[in-house]
Design a protein around this ligand. Structure first.
Ligand code: VGL
Ligand code: ZN
Length: 208
């Protein structure tokens, strides 16, 4: 693949709290920084996503007395996995990973700001109704293909890729520039769902 003017690199949640030692560490998560930086030079359009929660966010186990991280609860919009408190607005853990290049991004989009609604997806919050505005911004820039990288394969990358596809974009995921959390086989399940949705998998070496 040779990226052209209608291709966008969408960098998902490469933030301190998702790295080893962070509040919600993705195993080997820091390994994506180098390939993500290299990829950014090959795209004219780069958008960085940032998970950005209020301190009392509904996805935090702390917000629900008696609940523990990684339990699933029922919310009005459906099942919600409870997480350790992470990516609190303005906290060091919400910052981009040290070493992540940010200069080439034209847009930084934050998600998960509503205390009552989570948003794994860069496009559509967990209520499946509230839009982040990203699809409109990409349409205005004439983007037709979205290439995803970042964290985590089985949550924010998965949902962002599925919603990009549902919004009509041609969607690719860079296999060596993502890492997953992997709860009960969720990484393998994520790849299967993406494949079934017509999302393509590519190696960063094949993008030049
Ligand atoms: C994410 C869980 C909670 C992610 C964000 O970036 O994949 N996962 N918040
Ligand atoms: Zn989150």
């Amino acid at each position: 693949m040779t990226p052209g003017p209608a291709d966008l690199l969408l960098v998902i949640d490469v933030q301190v709290d998702f790295l080893p030692g962070g509040a919600l560490p993705v195993p080997d998560g820091d390994a994506v920084v180098e390939p993500v930086n290299a990829l950014q030079h090959r795209f004219r359009h780069v958008v960085l996503m940032q998970d950005w929660h209020p301190a009392d966010h509904v996805s935090f186990a702390d917000t629900h007395p008696g609940r523990a991280p990684f339990e699933t609860i029922a919310l009005p919009y459906g099942p919600q996995v409870l997480w350790p408190r992470h990516c609190v607005q303005g906290s060091p853990g919400a910052g981009f990973a040290p070493g992540l290049a940010t200069d080439r991004a034209s847009l930084v989009v934050r998600k998960g700001l509503d205390p009552r609604v989570d948003s794994y997806s860069a496009f559509l919050e967990a209520d499946r109704t509230t839009r982040t505005g990203l699809a409109g911004a990409l349409a205005e820039r004439g983007i037709t293909r979205v290439v995803l990288c970042g964290l985590a394969t089985d949550f924010c990358v998965l949902w962002s890729a599925l919603d990009a596809r549902a919004a009509g974009f041609d969607v690719w995921v860079v296999a060596d520039a993502v890492r997953g959390i992997d709860l009960d086989g969720s990484v393998a399940a994520a790849w299967a769902r993406m494949e079934a949705a017509g999302i393509r998998r590519i190696a960063s070496a094949a993008i030049a």
